[in-house]
Design a protein around this ligand. Structure first.
Ligand code: NAP
Length: 478
């Protein structure tokens, strides 16, 4: 018997609409079709942009207390609906229910912080009289919203990464069109419905569902879009940058993050933290630990503990509260991860545990002696695979950690403050965590990378800086 699948509508300018063609949303754990969403056309996107132009004017005219109360109310509604949201995240993507529940908590915080930051958007008075001849001038600058923003988001945090763009956009008086990942569109659509219930005026927010390769360039190239706020892979980022023309770019891209463990470290803490940093969200995490550099004196002890802890990891049904790790986002992705591991092993790497695939599931996998010329050594794996390296000392660890094209975050475990300071200054990354793995993030901190890991910063008040511009006002009192 064929059961009918829920046809979820998309939100264009505040109206919930459907389209001729649909895209199925598939649970990667069992290939069950859990819903379908409209396959937006270029015309749908152009319509969203037209509505968004008016939305930008409406958004800019909302007073700060109104923006705050909409965001606070949205956070409350999200809290009331948290169980339902967690199930949606866990079903449409690859997170376990534990991980999904945590993501909803973080999204509530993201909206709450966005409400708070709305009242802190400020400027400053300027000392015009520093310039000879300007003694009679006084003035200031304030920050104004840039207008209409296109947010293009990935699958791995389908709610909180959308909240990280929508919250600051509303807080700063902008309109925004979200194009969520095609594999995980449901959380973003549910968030739009929460914001509607919270009183967000129509036209300020659209969520268009459709394939990035088909409709993304319409958003990227359109002159009415003043900023592309993108989170995703570096190749997509490059394509968007080429099409963007004159507009702001926020690029939150990938990485293959390093963590260093020195011989004076608390090894138990380092193991616990790097295991979870390597395998959370099945390794599909931009700051997930991919490379661990361990001083040779403690290498064997760390390795034994790390592998033992990894072997305890429970893979399985995402909806079971005792499961630690679910599947990858698609079987195709799991096959890619498997092939990168096989390439490393063929070239001399040693497999310490894991390495087996079952459909979209891929075991948490630990390797050592991965040769430099393998993709695993220098590219982003975006899967549950981590490599251990024995190093002579901190200098060697820093040089190796920096020897890639990415630089998002890094971690170091040490009790030595001089070593910590050396790592802080020499590691070429956007954030460094001392006695935590690279995988630590708090939603209000500035977040972003260097090199191919991106451009600009997120983390509500920093996103707001990117989404606003200073306007200078000067009174000539002569
Ligand atoms: P992706 O393939 O780059 O997709 C991201 C988004 O871009 C999706 O909405 C996708 O739409 C869209 N897209 C794809 N091709 C496009 C095009 N030609 N024009 C416009 N949009 C296009 O990335 P992903 O696989 O979803 O996510 C994984 C990547 O995101 C990893 O590299 C990860 O490190 C990175 N990431 C970075 C951060 C950070 O904050 N730095 C956070 C999370 C993830 P479709 O789904 O329709 O293809």
């Amino acid at each position: 018997m064929k059961t009918s699948v829920e046809q979820v509508k998309m939100c264009v300018g505040g109206e919930w609409i459907t389209s001729k063609e649909h895209i199925e949303v598939i649970d990667p754990q069992n290939n069950e079709i859990i819903a379908s969403v409209p396959k937006a056309t270029k015309e749908d996107v152009l319509h969203a942009i037209e509505e968004g132009k008016t939305g930008a004017e409406i958004a800019a005219s909302l007073s700060v207390h109104v923006r705050m109360s909409i965001l606070q109310k949205a956070a409350r509604i999200l809290d009331e609906e948290k169980e339902e949201f967690a199930i949606t995240i866990a079903r449409e993507g690859s997170k376990t229910i534990k991980e999904a529940t945590n993501e909803v908590k973080r999204a509530i915080e993201t909206l709450t912080i966005s409400a708070e930051e709305a009242r802190r958007i400020s400027g400053e008075t300027l000392a015009f009289d520093q310039r000879p001849g300007s003694e009679k001038r006084i003035g200031y600058y304030y920050r104004f919203p840039i207008g209409l923003i296109a947010a293009i988001t990935p699958f791995n945090d389908p709610l909180n990464l959308v909240a990280h763009k929508v919250g600051p956009a509303i807080a700063s008086g902008n309109a925004i069109i979200v194009k969520p990942a095609t594999t995980t569109p449901l959380s973003a659509l549910k968030l739009a419905s929460v914001l509607e219930k919270a009183g967000l005026p129509k036209k300020i927010l659209s969520v268009v569902t459709g394939r990035g390769s088909e409709i993304g360039s319409v958003l990227a190239a359109h002159e009415a879009i003043r900023m592309i706020s993108f989170t995703g892979g570096v190749e997509t980022g490059r394509k968007l940058a080429r099409k963007a023309g004159i507009k702001k770019l926020g690029m939150e891209l990938g990485s293959n993050s390093p963590t260093i463990v020195l011989k004076d470290a608390n090894i138990d803490l380092a193991v616990e933290s790097t295991v979870s940093g390597s395998f959370s969200a099945a390794g599909q995490n931009c700051i997930g630990v991919q490379r661990i550099y361990i001083e040779k004196e403690i290498y064997e002890r760390f390795k034994t503990q790390f592998v033992a802890r990894t072997n305890d990891y429970k893979i399985g049904n995402k909806l079971s509260p005792s499961t630690d790790m679910g599947p990858l986002i698609t079987e195709k992705e799991a096959i890619r991860v498997e092939s990168w591991v096989e390439e490393a092993i063929e070239n001399g790497a040693e497999l310490l545990c894991g390495g087996k695939r079952n459909g979209a599931f891929y075991e948490p996998t630990v390797l050592e002696k991965v040769p430099e010329n393998c993709r695993l050594a220098y590219e982003e794996i975006f899967g549950p695979v981590v490599t251990l390296y024995a190093v002579e000392n901190l200098d060697e660890a820093i040089a190796a950690a920096n020897n890639v094209d990415y630089g998002l975050q890094a971690g170091i475990f040490t009790k030595n403050i001089e070593h910590a300071h050396k790592a802080i200054h020499k590691l070429n990354v956007g954030g460094i965590m001392i006695n935590d793995s690279s995988d630590y993030r708090m939603d209000a901190m500035p977040f972003g990378g260097v090199k191919n890991s991106g451009l600009g910063r997120e983390g509500i008040q920093f996103t707001i800086q990117e989404m606003t511009e200073p306007k200078v006002v000067c009174f000539n009192l002569k």
